[in-house]
Design a protein. Structure first.
Length: 403
């Protein structure tokens, strides 16, 4: 019987949002503005990253392209970027890409953890020029994880890949806080209070950094019925499979027929936010343009094609396995042809299907009752004595626990 894991199904449908309700607008968790610098020289850009880090972008979270669009439109007068963070993390390579884009900008970058900087978000925070932990905030670091499919060689290779990703995480953490037992801390999934993050060296100080009073500008509402992937309900394991597959592999139309492990990533296409700088704070419109429906259909079809391919492969494997089993059974019964008459073969085949090990032992120890080389032997004719057959069958039932 298959049980539907409703809790995990709900979490899977919301990807990195977990138990939280999906937002209806990008500004609910991502906004940007510029204001004059306190010194009067240049300006300060404030970016609020208050959601998951997700290559899908859109309502699913903040993607590399979101940050790229902001950075591309920062004026030359911007001398400081304040990145305010409250994020459960998400995709590790999106985190690396966001961090490196911020690092590449000429402005100094200060990360302020307003609530949580977990997983990939901790990498972004630790890699900034300055990291500030607000009172009550926390940071979490852990080892990378993935869903893997394949044979033993595939799984060993994927484990090696995870090790290299973990090594890249250690590079960022050690670059900020020096050599420590990062492997042990990550393996233990370490949660740090604000003070502990500073003590460990992943943050520079605790404090309250004044906000620029970002007020979310009205932007296009997102309809979960049109902006979400339409997955049919399935059992918990299948839902978790789709969740992890989608998180790690963003399929394109060209890769729909490839295996899940070989699918390539792609991200949402977003509009370019307009970032202005004057005496009055203005919110940049970080809302991505609606994805054309036909493109969304292609992505949905790509996921469905991958899942259908996996199911077809599983069915084909099961069919081959059954064919091998029947071939093995028939070969054994052929070798035992002298232990029963031809008209009893079908009955013994059914008994073999029910308990192959028992029947192998029964027939191996049974006496020869049919001499196929005997003159006058006719296939299908009853040539086994009732006594011999009943003795063999009684032994089978005893061994099978039926008597």
């Amino acid at each position: 019987m298959t049980f539907i894991d409703k809790a995990n199904a709900t979490r899977a449908e919301r990807r990195y949002w977990g138990d939280r309700e999906l937002p209806t607008a990008k500004s609910d968790f991502f906004a940007v503005l510029t204001t004059p610098a306190p010194s009067g020289d240049g300006s300060v850009a404030t970016i609020r990253l208050y959601g998951p880090i997700d290559s899908w972008g859109g309502m699913w979270g903040v993607c590399t392209q979101d940050i790229a669009d902001v950075i591309d439109n920062l004026g030359d007068e911007v001398t400081q970027i304040i990145l305010r963070v409250n994020s459960p993390g998400g995709e590790v390579f999106e985190g690396f890409a966001i961090l490196n884009m911020l690092r590449a900008h000429k402005a100094s970058v200060t990360a302020v953890v307003d609530g949580l900087a977990a997983s990939a978000a901790s990498v972004i925070v630790a890699g900034c020029d300055e990291a500030v932990m607000s009172p009550g905030s926390q940071m979490m670091i852990h080892n990378p994880r993935m869903l893997s499919m394949g044979n033993a060689d595939d799984l060993r290779k994927d484990a090696d890949i995870l090790d290299t990703i973990a090594a890249s995480l250690v590079e960022v953490y050690s670059g900020k806080a020096g050599d420590q037992d990062w492997t042990g801390l990550m393996s233990a999934e370490t949660w740090l209070t604000a003070a502990q993050a500073v003590e460990l060296g992943l943050a520079d100080r605790m404090g309250v950094v004044a906000d620029n009073n970002v007020v979310a500008a009205p932007n296009e509402q997102m309809d979960p019925d049109t902006d979400c992937e339409d997955d049919e309900p399935m059992d918990g394991a299948g839902t978790r499979f789709l969740q992890r597959m989608a998180a790690a592999h963003r399929p394109s139309a060209a890769s729909a027929a490839e295996s899940i492990r070989k699918e390539s990533a792609m991200s949402e296409t977003n509009t370019t936010p307009q970032v202005e700088a004057d005496a009055t704070p203005k919110v940049a419109d970080a809302t991505p343009a609606p994805v054309p429906r036909d493109e969304k259909d292609v992505r949905i079809e790509a996921l469905e094609a991958s899942l259908a391919e996996a199911r077809a492969n599983a069915d084909a494997f099961a069919a081959l396995k059954e064919k091998d089993r029947v071939r093995e059974r028939d070969a054994f019964l052929d070798s035992m042809a002298t232990k029963f008459s031809a008209d009893q073969r079908e009955a013994w085949a059914k008994r073999y299907d029910a308990a192959p090990d028992v029947i192998r032992e029964v027939l191996a120890s049974a006496p020869v009752v049919v001499n196929t080389n005997e003159a006058g032997y006719v296939a299908g004719a009853e040539s086994q004595s009732d006594t011999s057959f009943e003795a063999a069958y009684d032994q089978y039932r005893r061994l099978a626990g039926l008597k």
